[in-house]
Structure formats: structure tokens, C-alpha cells
Design a protein around this ligand. Structure first.
Ligand code: SAM
Length: 441
């Protein structure tokens, strides 16, 4: 409740975007949006050339090229977030979201023995808004974190967004060090004096005691799509339409393809999406957490191994045909949390997925909202706080579509290992905040 009592200067709602009605968690079936024209983008030309040279490509290859191609990728050179962009995310909607995640990390840090140092590592930090809100909580709770050596590590492939993150988090009070050829391509110091570094790949982040956060990151990782046929699973590929020049279309692979190995033997659905890259990242996070301690908090829209066709596009806050004007629209697919859980199993414990409204309620969102409302007299700000709350919590909006999922060392759920005689029962571990009600000690 320490944060709940923070003062009026903590109300930052005015800096948030007005809230459009569309968020990326919304679902629609891909490739069927009517009435769109077909502009020939540089990315489309590149893909048509590639497919004509070497044959149809997988949906995963298409997503990777369209989103993160270093020259023309959608994420690389633009700011797509917010009111004027293509979509809105929870941290951009309300400051409370990042504040409660900041509390989660402090709560885990306390429950696991208040280590002398930790790294906060964010995967896909967007505009740096979430990290900024978490860092503000760390500053407000400076008396709790005093003597703890904190550093910030951002994993980001977008040149444009990394510049925006640097501006948000450091205000460039200390000049940034840049080295494009190095795995640490930028370094600086945050507004509150914490060292901050940028990487393109999680592998390059130092393997130290860390808290990891990934919000709307796993849904942009490339998925392979499969369809069940009388001849077995066949992968969905992307080809050039022979009838219309410069138009792409979906086709089925004529025979089995290697990514089929990622489909479960007892799979009962007719269509599935698999995301091997998500598996690789979860295994890397799990190994790190098992080795050094810490935790990972993953928040995204998704399902528990039940959905089929979730690949979709967004442009200007509208749903967009994934095959039209590639490079100008965001592409995404729901995260399969059952797959993430399988990838972590045996190395670390996992919790969730739990619905966003449950997680945030358990974290004390109602108390925090009340305090912010009591400190803000401006009607526009109060309205924004209330609208933001509704967007995050309403089950028909983001409250039920978004989920929280955590990776923790096995010891964290087993309780402290202490010498006990036969009569003593095992001390029970502190509950994990968000996944049960927050017990602030
Ligand atoms: C949908 S945005 C989410 C941004 C932010 N987390 C938020 O919630 O506002 C996805 C983020 O992941 C980054 N990204 C996409 N693919 C990536 C990859 N393969 N490695 C690292 N970052 C990536 C994008 O540049 C962007 O910052």
C-alpha cells in the first residue's frame, strides 16, 4: 500500500494517449477483409521477387520479413504506437498498469531475499512507457530498494523505437554511447541515474540475477500455420497469385514441412499455429532463471492451446488484411500459453495464465485508482483515469483477452530450504502477487 499513498505529483495521466476503441488483442480471421486496394509497397516487391526466385514461403518467414527486416521491416523505422499510430497497448493507456508491474517486481525481490543487485530486462519495450512507469515506482520506493544496485537492459530490434525509448527514459541528460556493430548497441543513464543498455538479442544480456518483463512481445514472434488434411498436416504457405500481378495468396504445402515437428502428437484441432521462436526465448529465460534466480512476467493476449486461426493485421486502429501492402501494417498472432508452459517445464515453475482483470485486481488496481482520483482535481484527467481503468479491466475489453504468465525458480514455490527437525512442518512460501492477492510485508 506504500505506492497507493504516493502523492499527487505521481498522476501522469495527461501524458497518455486518448483511447481508441481498437486494441491488438481483438481477433478476426485473416485474409478476408473486403474492399481494400492493393498498393505495391517496397516490401511487397521484395517478397514477390523472393517467392519467384525460391518458391512459396512459410507464414513465419513472411512475418519475420515484414516485421523485422533490417531495411524495410514494419517495426524497424516507425513509431506505430498510440493515437496516431496503428494500435494502443496497456502501458500507453494507463500509468497504473506499469506501476502495478513495478510493485510485482519489488514484491518478488523481497520474497526472494532482497538480493544486493538485480537487472530489469524488458523484451520489446515499445516507447519505453512501461519501463518508465516501473522506474518511477522504483524511485518512489527508494527507501525499500536502497542499497540495491539496479540496471536496465532493453532488448529491441527497432532503431526508431530505441531512440524514442532513450528519450523517454534518459531525456539524454548524459550523452548516449552508440556502437552499431556491438551487441550492446547503445548505453546511457536513466533520469534517476540508473545505467541502461540496449541489445538486439536476449542472448547478449549479461546472465545475472534478473527480472524479465515482456508485454505484447511474444505475439509479434513469427508463427507457422498448419491445416489438417486427409494426407496429414500441411503447412500454409504464401505464394504469388498467378492470376493477379503483385498479389499474394495462401496455398498449402504439397508435402510435409520441417516445422510440423512442433505440432503435438495428440493435437485435436484442424488448424494450428506454432511459434518455435517463442519456445527458444522461453527456454533461454528458463535457463537463466534456474541459474541465477529472478523471475519473468509475460503479459499478452492468447489462449491455452485451444484457438486455431489468429494471425491478423492492424493498420491505423483498423483490422487489416495480412497479405495486403506488407510492411505498412502490424502483424500478430495470439500467444499459445500451453506451449510456453511446455517449453519451461522441468527447468522452472510457471504460473498462469491468469486474466488481466484478475491479475490487476489482485495487485491492488482499485486502491491505486482511488488514490490517483483523490489527488487529481482536473476533470479531463479524472475521466482519463476512469476510461483507462475500464479499458484495462472490463472483461469485454482488455480484461479477459489479456493474460499474465510468470516463470519462477522451483524453490520460489517450494519455500525457503531451512534445516528442520522431523516435528517441524515446512515453512510455506510467500504467495506470488497477482496470481493470488498481494500480501505486502
Ligand atoms: C507490439 S510492440 C509492444 C511494445 C510495448 N511492449 C508495449 O506494450 O507498448 C512490440 C515490441 O517488440 C519489438 N520487437 C518486435 N520483434 C522483436 C524481436 N524479434 N526482438 C526484439 N524486439 C522486437 C518491437 O520493436 C516493439 O518494441
Amino acid at each position: 500500500m506504500v505506492l497507493a499513498c504516493a502523492g499527487a505529483r505521481a498522476v501522469r495521466g495527461a501524458a497518455r494517449a486518448a483511447i481508441p476503441c481498437l486494441w491488438r488483442g481483438r481477433h478476426f480471421s485473416s485474409g478476408k477483409e473486403p474492399g481494400e486496394n492493393h498498393p505495391v509497397t517496397p516490401m511487397l516487391q521484395h517478397l514477390v521477387y523472393k517467392i519467384k526466385s525460391t518458391g512459396p514461403i512459410t507464414v513465419a518467414e513472411y512475418m519475420k520479413e515484414v516485421l523485422t527486416n533490417p531495411a524495410k521491416g514494419y517495426y524497424v523505422h516507425r513509431d506505430m504506437l498510440g493515437e496516431k499510430g496503428d494500435f494502443i497497448t496497456s502501458p500507453e493507456i494507463s500509468q497504473i498498469f506499469g506501476e502495478l508491474l513495478g510493485i510485482w517486481f519489488i514484491s518478488e525481490w523481497m520474497a526472494t531475499g532482497k538480493s544486493a543487485a538485480f537487472q530489469l530486462v524488458e523484451l520489446g519495450p515499445g516507447r519505453g512507457t512501461l519501463a518508465g512507469d516501473i522506474l518511477r515506482v522504483f524511485s518512489q520506493l527508494g527507501s525499500v530498494l536502497k542499497n540495491c544496485d539496479i540496471s536496465i537492459h532493453l532488448v529491441e530490434v527497432s532503431q526508431k523505437l530505441s531512440e524514442i525509448q532513450a528519450l523517454t527514459l534518459t531525456e539524454e541528460k548524459v550523452p548516449l554511447e552508440r556502437n552499431d556493430g556491438s551487441p550492446v548497441y547503445m548505453r546511457g543513464v536513466t533520469k534517476s541515474g540508473i545505467p541502461i543498455s540496449w541489445y538486439r538479442d536476449l542472448q547478449d544480456v549479461p546472465k545475472e540475477y534478473s527480472f524479465y518483463v515482456a508485454h505484447e512481445f511474444f505475439d509479434v514472434l513469427p508463427v507457422h500455420k498448419f491445416q489438417k488434411t486427409p494426407h496429414g498436416w500441411r503447412e500454409v504457405l504464401i505464394d504469388v497469385d498467378p492470376q493477379v500481378s503483385d498479389k499474394l495468396r495462401f496455398v498449402l504445402a504439397p508435402c510435409a514441412t520441417p516445422a510440423e515437428a512442433f505440432i503435438q502428437h495428440d493435437e485435436t484441432r484442424d488448424h494450428v499455429e506454432v511459434c518455435p521462436e517463442a519456445g527458444v526465448i522461453i527456454q533461454e529465460l528458463s535457463q537463466r532463471i534456474a541459474l541465477t534466480g529472478g523471475a519473468a512476467l509475460i503479459a499478452d493476449y492468447g489462449h491455452d492451446g485451444t484457438k486455431t486461426d489468429t494471425f491478423r493485421g492492424f493498420c491505423g486502429h483498423k483490422l487489416h488484411d495480412v497479405l495486403i501492402a506488407p510492411g505498412t501494417a502490424d502483424l500478430t498472432a495470439d500467444v499459445d500459453f500451453s506451449y510456453l508452459r511446455r517449453m519451461a517445464r522441468g527447468t522452472v515453475a510457471s504460473l498462469g495464465p491468469v486474466k488481466q482483470h484478475t491479475f490487476l485486481k489482485n495487485m491492488g488496481i482499485d486502491v491505486r485508482l482511488k488514490v490517483l482520483l483523490s489527488k487529481s482535481a482536473e476533470p479531463a484527467l479524472r475521466q482519463q483515469l476512469l476510461q483507462g481503468y475500464d479499458m484495462l479491466m472490463n472483461p469485454k475489453k482488455m480484461g479477459e483477452r489479456f493474460n499474465f504468465f510468470a516463470l519462477l525458480p522451483h524453490q520460489r514455490l517450494q519455500g525457503p530450504s531451512q534445516e528442520r527437525n522431523a516435528n517441524q512442518s515446512k515453512p510455506s512460501p510467500a504467495p506470488v502477487a497477482g496470481f493470488s492477492e498481494l500480501a505486502w510485508q
